[in-house]
Design a protein around this ligand. Sequence first.
Ligand code: CP
Ligand code: NVA
Length: 301
Amino acid sequence: MKHLLKLLDWSTEEITEVLNLADQLKYEKKNGIEHHILKGKTLGLIFQKSSTRTRVSFEVGMYDLGGSALFLSSNDLQIGRGEPIEDTARVLSRYLDGIMIRTYAQEEVEKLAEYGSIPIINGLTDFCHPCQVLADLMTIREHKGVIKGRKLCYIGDGNNMANSLIVGGIKMGMSVAIGCPKDYQPDAEIMKWAKENGDFLCTDDIYEAAKDADVLYTDVWASMGQEGEAEERKKIFKNYQINADLMAVAKEDAMVMHCLPAHRGEEITADVLEAHANEIFDEAENRLHAQKAVLVKCFEK
Ligand code: CP
Ligand code: NVA
């Protein structure tokens, strides 16, 4: 049994194993080969925030693997009425074989793992989004052949995506550059770890960050839970955009990635998004394959 609470907990070897299995599962799905590795297993999906990709890819992923998934909106669970996560963890562990949770505080996910007795998978917190980054690494390898030695540049808010991309990128031997406003940098501990463990830069100069990048990545300026700051953030982040001018300083064959949902005209221009739709929607598709590999790994005895 294994958890996926954050990528920092996983070794480079474990990440590589998941990426290899994800490639295999993708190939086999496309060729009609079924694997009911999780026959009879049930995964609970707790959502305290909205989702399109995460919910659907986990539900379909469990179905593909012969198991079933149970959508549990926090509005309907007793969590929404104040039942402690410690109790929820112990109760749900008696019914389910695993839980995926999307919530606000990372501590909630860690507590679920501490008090529960089944694998816990983080489907996004304010701190990180590990499932997304596993799919991202898979997509980078698919499009670029190798991950190691490539330059990943992230432009925008130093949010959950930035934190996870730094960890995933550095663990897989990428050079990582973040272009963000001074007051919106990624987590300080993660940046310290990145500097000690690889080639890392954080700057408010987006052109410096994007120079010679192999991958340009961005995410929304206002994340879920920050809706009240959206207008203010539009002013602060207005120059933190992937557009044709920024593309000009990256490598000529640079790929563009976005975890989605995207706001055209904000963090990315419509023309850049459409020109790179192939990469961006491969990335979305790979959520399914990467998460199936994560499920197999986490449910392993
Ligand atoms: N990228 C991502 O996690 O999308 P959803 O919010 O739709 O799940
Ligand atoms: N940073 C975004 C990612 C959505 C997938 C959010 O947390 O809303």
